[in-house]
Design a protein. Structure first.
Length: 144
């Protein structure tokens, strides 16, 4: 994944209010195994170490800080493609927001934080041979 800074005042010593905005993207290559078997049967797609698909990611990160108090936000969207087995994991979005306090103690920077995390996945799709059952899933997750 690569990011590009659109705004970056984080290194300015003459400003109390600092902020950065980055946008980026990347590609996840189909390098992991996705056809592993156990006892002669293929494992479920979510039990495989790889997906067998090439997927694309887009993300944005925004951080704002006033003196030592700050807020960091990021969002990532993953566009999944179908693998050669006809299985496609649902597209996914994840987002987080963290409130932090920057403190220097004896030459060490401490950054205690608290935040929330959200993740949502569209349903997975399976369009394989008729001998296999169709699969569909949907999930959402929020942590605080």
């Amino acid at each position: 994944m690569a990011n590009y800074s659109l705004i970056n005042t984080g290194d300015r010593m003459d400003k109390n209010l600092k902020h950065t905005l980055q946008v980026g993207g990347g590609v996840k290559l189909a390098t992991g195994a996705y056809r592993n078997q156990e006892h002669g049967e293929q494992l479920a797609p979510n039990m495989q170490p790889g997906t067998g698909s090439t997927d694309y990611l887009a993300n944005g990160i925004y951080t704002i800080r006033y003196k030592q108090l700050g807020l960091s936000n990021d969002v990532t969207y993953r566009f999944n493609s179908e693998n050669s087995n006809g299985y496609r994991f649902g597209n996914r979005v994840s987002a987080s927001s963290n409130l932090f306090y920057w403190q220097n103690v004896k030459g060490i920077s401490l950054l205690p934080s608290a935040g929330v995390y959200y993740e949502h996945a569209e349903g997975d799709r399976y369009e394989g041979p008729l001998t296999c059952r169709k699969a569909a899933t949907l999930s959402s997750l929020t942590w605080a």
